[in-house]
Design a protein around this ligand. Structure first.
Ligand code: AMP
Length: 544
């Protein structure tokens, strides 16, 4: 017997319609590319998203056509999310930080028909446009006064396009399984792979992340999503905020510490989200300027492991709770989030920090397990570590235009991460499987070592890679960027600092000081690049 409830589709357009009806005066604030403030409401945004849908139809855009964006987090980009998906076209958010050859690969692979671009990215596209075989035109996201002179063909002005439409339009009822958007992974090896989200998966994910135990977003919240709308769907916040009526503050391209601090204090932001490198910049700025963050209650940090010292600095110096999140483009992206459990308050501060440094417990909708090389499930004892597999309705099943399923035979998705899970379900990433260091057949966690090294007061950033070793196969090399070039900690002092923080046999065999550690297009430490730089490295004891 089947249930007898309405089978009405879950559609992205319903989110903005809901916000328009229930939270019409809630604000969306943007620091624009030009540098001024733009403030309007969900009611305004809904009307303009409809105008955009009308404009797309007038350009001949049809259902399933893919429309790309190269844009910062702004109100216009927000309108694209709804105006494009609303008519059954597919929003393709493109990460402008990818290498140019990856950019033309994904724009061609997705067969983008139009590209909506911020003025910042005009030169980038001028260099690429000859190779873009499907693009019919470029919509520059500004008004006539700010239109740049450009060699791009078929250029349209976003504001002019909208001004030709009246917004008197109703979004169609689509099949909820239709594609709403595409995001490519930023793979450091091989071509990026496309992940195609559906209207249904996007809505389920939004419900999943707004829960009280997850982001606790509600109509009292003022959210500053610094995580770009082109990186893993801005972690779903662009859908989740209208769902619950939370206000949005979009930073545009202004991501430096001073700008972020100004936005938080000016608009009384209480929750924000970004990768660790952004917070490193903000904390440095705060230390130097003496500014504080009175309104901010919590920060969602993910994309890379959150250093313990960062959790502590936010907590003790600024009274801000860090909620570490883990996820992937392939997972819409949220998989797990670390929120304290009631019983944690009875533990010592150090013990609480140990728990807070983990990647968190899965939200409802995501199942997780860890397995060994023979696919045997490992115990949830916080010690055994193995390949992390996931399953759920907002997790990829197949990459765009690939014949093969993305799943294992039993239907689980291999995340490529290696992790432990403890008895409370709290998961901890020890490495990407490709970055694991194998010493004498045993695994050493590069993330744990990096995390411990980042706790040193003179270390700004740390990375650990495996370097080949004649006896042990591989041993860890620690690479650091000092906070101050005139106060570089020496190797011995650093190893001494690490000695009581990690197992003795994990201690790095060498330490190198660099001016900068390379990052990928999504702000992760570029281990492939580091391994290339240090490919001929030899430990001193190995040379001796
Ligand atoms: P992306 O698809 O760019 O979001 O990258 C996903 C990958 O980022 C994951 O598979 C992890 O390797 C890494 N990642 C994301 N969040 C975390 C986190 N909190 N701690 C450690 N690694 C993370």
């Amino acid at each position: 017997m089947f249930g007898q409830m309405q089978d009405s589709p879950l559609l992205v357009s319903q989110l903005i319609e809901h916000a328009e009806r229930l939270y019409p005066t809630k604000r969306i604030i943007t620091k624009t590319v030009e540098g001024d403030w733009h403030i309007y409401t969900y009611a305004d945004a809904a009307k303009r998203s409809r105008q955009l849908s009308q404009a797309l139809i007038s350009l001949g855009v049809k259902q399933d056509d893919v429309i790309g964006t190269l844009a910062w987090n702004t109100f216009r980009h927000f309108e694209c999310w709804y105006g494009i998906s609303g008519i059954g076209a597919v929003l393709h958010t493109i990460n402008p930080r990818l290498f140019p050859e990856q950019l033309d690969y994904i724009i061609n692979h997705a067969e983008d028909k139009y590209l909506f671009i911020d003025t910042t990215f005009v030169p980038l596209l001028e260099a690429l446009q000859a190779k873009l075989s499907h693009v019919k035109g470029y919509v520059i996201m500004c008004d006539e006064a700010n239109m740049p002179t450009t060699q791009l063909p078929n250029v349209l002005c976003y504001e002019t396009l909208l001004s030709q439409q009246d917004g008197d339009f109703a979004w169609p009822e689509l099949d909820e399984r239709q594609a709403s958007s595409i995001c490519y992974t930023s793979g450091t090896t091989g071509n990026p792979k496309g992940v195609v989200y559906s209207h249904r998966s996007s809505l389920l994910h939004s419900w999943g992340i707004t829960g009280k135990d997850i982001t606790s977003l509600d109509s009292q919240s003022i959210m500053l999503p610094i995580v770009p709308m082109f990186h893993a769907n801005a972690w779903g916040l662009v859908y989740a905020c209208p769902m619950v009526g939370a206000e949005l503050v979009f930073p545009g391209p202004h991501l430096d510490g001073a700008s972020v601090s100004d936005m938080i204090n000016r608009f009384k932001v209480d929750i924000s989200a970004a990768v660790p490198t952004v917070w490193t910049m903000l904390l440095q700025h705060l230390r130097q300027s003496g500014e504080t963050l009175e309104s901010l209650n919590s920060v969602l940090i993910g994309g890379s492991a959150v250093p313990r010292s960062m959790i502590q600095a936010f907590d003790q110096d600024y009274n801000v709770e860090v909620w570490q999140a883990w996820g992937m483009t392939e997972m819409s992206p949220l998989g797990s989030l670390n929120r304290p459990l009631p019983q944690d308050s009875k533990l010592s501060y150090e013990e609480q920090l140990n728990i807070r440094s983990k990647q968190g417990r899965p939200c409802f909708g995501v199942q997780m397990k860890i397995v060994d090389d023979e696919n045997h499930e490992l115990p949830h004892d916080g010690k055994a570590f193995g390949r992390l597999l996931v399953k759920g309705p907002w997790i990829v099943s197949q990459y765009f235009k690939m014949e093969k399923s993305a799943l294992e035979d039993d239907g689980w998705f291999d995340t490529g991460d290696v992790a432990t899970i403890d008895a409370t379900g709290n998961m901890q990433i020890t490495d990407r499987s490709k970055d694991v260091i194998k010493s004498g057949g045993e695994w050493i966690s590069s993330i744990d070592l990096e995390n411990a090294a980042m706790g040193h007061p003179d270390v700004l950033e740390a990375a650990v890679i495996g370097v080949s070793h004649p006896k042990w196969e591989e041993r860890p090399l620690l690479i650091i960027v000092p906070k101050n070039k005139n106060k570089v900690p020496d190797s011995e002092a650093l190893l001494h600092f690490l000695a009581d923080k990690v197992a003795k046999w994990w201690l790095p065999n060498g330490v190198e000081v660099v001016d900068e550690i390379p990052h990928t297009a999504t702000g992760k430490i570029n281990k492939v690049g580091l391994r290339e730089t240090f490919k001929d490295y030899q430990f001193e004891e190995a040379i001796a």
